[in-house]
Design a protein around this ligand. Structure first.
Ligand SMILES: [Zn+2]
Length: 252
């Protein structure tokens, strides 16, 4: 197991543009880079890379994620293999400590990170996210705040979380443990949040530990929070709640 701190260090040090440029010819386009998607056949580029956000996304096949997800998908690596590949390239040494309890929740943090980026992307989607963006504008929330709080949008008809997790080879059950998905006995998994503005709740280390969702119209409940999870204990997560409340207050 690689510690969460080490993973963050490696991700921060890595240039996603540099890594992806090994595989894809990227051209600068505004604030992003674009190129031909390596995951589906195309003749006009719909594959974008954001150096600022450290993520890639293809508007053609909806593949996306951070620099680790790219290598996992492209070279069929496991998550630790992708981390090690990048660490090696940037000369970062990974200490071996198989029994650190801090690592126990690693996969859960990764699911939250992936889902937060996904909801955030949906908010930015030209058509699907428009209603939520209009709502934010009507509340005077700037694009800058939406970026800073990593606000997102859960679509009315579901946000495709199960498919997203399967694409990233992540355990769908982790999303159930995190309160993002639920299962009715004997029936398919369903998403807990839909047609809601999504507020990730962060811990002091900047990791997403839970989500809150606010309806855009008169629906009830007005706010829906994740239930208590291995990462989120309502009584002891004052920092994240405080920060999320600031964003929610602005949205009210
Ligand atoms: Zn694609």
């Amino acid at each position: 197991m690689i510690s969460q701190e080490k993973i963050s260090e490696i991700r921060d040090r890595a240039s996603i543009v540099e890594i992806i440029s090994d595989y894809v010819a990227l051209k600068k386009a505004g604030r992003n880079y674009i190129g031909l998607c390596p995951f589906h056949g195309e003749k006009t580029p719909s594959f974008t890379v954001s150096a600022e956000k450290g993520i890639f996304h293809c508007f053609g096949c909806q593949t996306g994620g951070n620099v680790f997800n790219f290598l996992m998908k492209h070279d069929h690596l496991s998550f630790p293999e992708a981390v090690e590949r990048i660490a090696k390239r940037y000369g970062i040494v990974i200490p071996r400590d198989a029994h650190s309890p801090a690592n126990a929740n690693e996969s859960l943090y990764r699911v939250n990170e992936l889902v937060a980026a996904h909801y955030h992307r949906l908010l930015g989607h030209p058509s699907a996210g428009k209603r939520a963006r209009d709502y934010l504008i009507s509340r005077g929330i700037t694009e800058e705040s939406a970026e800073r709080f990593l606000l997102g949008f859960a679509l009315a008809g579901g946000s495709g979380l199960v498919r997203l997790l399967k694409n990233e080879k992540m355990a769908v059950h982790d999303a159930v443990r995190l309160g993002l998905l639920d299962e009715r006995s004997g029936r398919a998994l369903y998403e807990k949040f839909f047609a809601r503005l999504m507020f990730p709740i962060f811990n002091a280390a900047g990791k997403v530990i839970a989500f809150g969702g606010r309806v855009l119209d008169g629906g009830v409940p007005k706010y829906l929070n994740c239930r208590e999870t291995p990462l989120f204990h309502k009584g002891s997560t004052l920092y994240g709640l405080h920060q999320a409340k600031e964003a929610i207050r602005k949205a009210d």
